[in-house]
Design a protein around this ligand. Structure first.
Ligand code: SF4
Length: 76
């Protein structure tokens, strides 16, 4: 699973949304988020993000964003 981090804040691009094969991006409060139970871990979105805000949840920097993505994705 990939997660969106705070580097996404105020990014106006939605390149990630356009390339995601399973449409698992959702609107958070001021970032996009990835629904953890829908992401198929394909990695296609990662290089498309102009803010480098998308990282795999296996990275240590992702740890604090896992619950954040799950929380906002669950609101939809
Ligand atoms: Fe979508 Fe693939 Fe990115 Fe997961 S890794 S959010 S499935 S594009």
């Amino acid at each position: 699973t990939y997660v969106v981090t705070d580097a996404c804040i105020q990014c106006k691009f939605t390149d990630c949304v356009e390339v995601c094969p399973v449409d698992c991006f959702y609107e958070g409060e001021n970032t996009l988020v990835i629904a953890p139970d829908e992401c198929i871990d394909c990695g296609v979105c990662e290089p498309e993000c102009p803010a480098d805000a998308i990282i795999p949840d296996t990275e240590s920097a992702a740890e604090k964003w896992i619950a954040f993505n799950g929380k906002y994705a669950a609101l939809w």
